[in-house]
Design a protein around this ligand. Structure first.
Ligand SMILES: Nc1ncnc2c1ncn2[C@@H]1O[C@H](COP(=O)(O)OP(=O)(O)O)[C@@H](O)[C@H]1O
Ligand SMILES: Cc1ncsc1CCOP(=O)(O)O
Ligand SMILES: [Mg+2]
Length: 281
């Protein structure tokens, strides 16, 4: 995307057009996304990327990353089912991504659940991800570098509004764009803060929707790496719109999961432009 397309003071209409441009680019360029993600999320994450037009590859061996990571358009690392064996592979892939100038995106699932996990996330953040997307409790834990306080495993015990200052602080200290998901998704580079108000509460009742939207962020950043803030907001809003349309057909979490994927695949310009709700705060 050209620099001239990104301006200050955009209204919701401009943000919606930008989100459509990002989705259209993902569909036409079909970026290859290496995903080192948890066992729970692999299926939903791969299907989310495919529905959006991207190309997922769940390759996590540190033996093959030296061959594969240089070929990808972005790398996605998610610590959801972290183990002693997987952490070195994550670190090696993140180092390769940085070496070959590929954006890489971190999902710090349950960052405060254990000292091992918190340290792993902080070590990964020192390897300069382009974007960190977590729920409010995860972002607060990382900003404070604190283990165990008011955490509930992979789910958030805070509202996203509680984590805006933590997100700004983490963005400033890490150099990453930081996104906090929730009823409102907040996206910040430490200076600017965007709010994306799409989605439905039922999305929290499907495991791995957070993981899946972080992978979608990786695909959007892959096609617009120099505008990670805008690409991240677009991905969160587009995923939320797919959830809203999916909810019109769903009867509960299981059918929402199916309809969300169908809706993401079928999103057209009219739906994106009329529904995306992104604004600068
Ligand atoms: N109350 C809500 N209203 C609308 N969308 C929501 C709500 N809660 C979560 N979402 C959406 O669900 C997805 C997963 O977010 P979240 O549940 O916060 O992540 P995680 O699974 O990492 O805890 C995101 O796309 C987010 O925007
Ligand atoms: C339940 C669970 N346990 C370890 S990873 C995982 C999936 C979490 O996914 P999300 O954070 O997207 O809800
Ligand atoms: Mg969740």
């Amino acid at each position: 995307m050209e620099d001239g397309e990104q301006g200050e003071g955009e209204g919701e209409g401009e943000w919606a057009s930008k989100a459509w441009a990002h989705l259209s680019s993902v569909r036409s360029l079909s970026p290859l996304i290496q995903c080192i993600t948890n066992f729970v999320s692999m299926d939903l994450t791969a299907n989310t990327l495919l529905s959006a037009g991207a190309s997922p590859a769940m390759l996590h061996s540190s033996t093959e990353s030296p061959d594969f990571t240089p070929q990808v358009h972005a790398l996605y690392i998610n610590v959801g089912t972290l183990s002693d064996a997987w952490l070195p592979a994550m670190i090696a892939a993140a180092e390769l991504a940085t070496k070959f100038n590929k954006p890489w995106i971190l999902d710090p699932v349950a960052a405060a659940a254990s000292r091992f996990r918190l340290k792993a996330c902080l070590d990964l953040i020192s390897l300069k991800p382009s974007v960190i997307r977590g729920n409010a409790s995860e972002i607060i834990a990382l900003a404070d570098a604190s283990f165990g306080s008011s955490t509930k495993g992979v789910d958030s015990s805070h509202d996203s509004t509680d984590a805006v200052e933590a997100a700004k602080s983490l963005a400033s200290s890490s150099g990453a764009v930081v996104a906090v998901s929730g009823a409102v998704d907040f996206i910040t580079d430490g200076n600017r803060v965007l709010g994306a108000r799409n989605g439905v509460p039922m999305m929290q009742k499907i495991t791995a929707t957070g993981c899946a939207v972080t992978a979608l962020i990786a695909a959007f950043v892959a096609i617009d790496p120099s505008h990670a803030l805008e690409a991240t907001a677009s991905a969160l809003a587009v995923f939320g719109v797919a959830g809203e349309i999916g909810m019109e057909m769903a009867r509960g979490p299981a059918s929402l999961r199916m309809h969300l994927i169908d809706s993401l695949h079928g999103l057209d310009q009219t739906a994106v432009i009329s529904r995306v709700k992104i604004s600068a705060l």
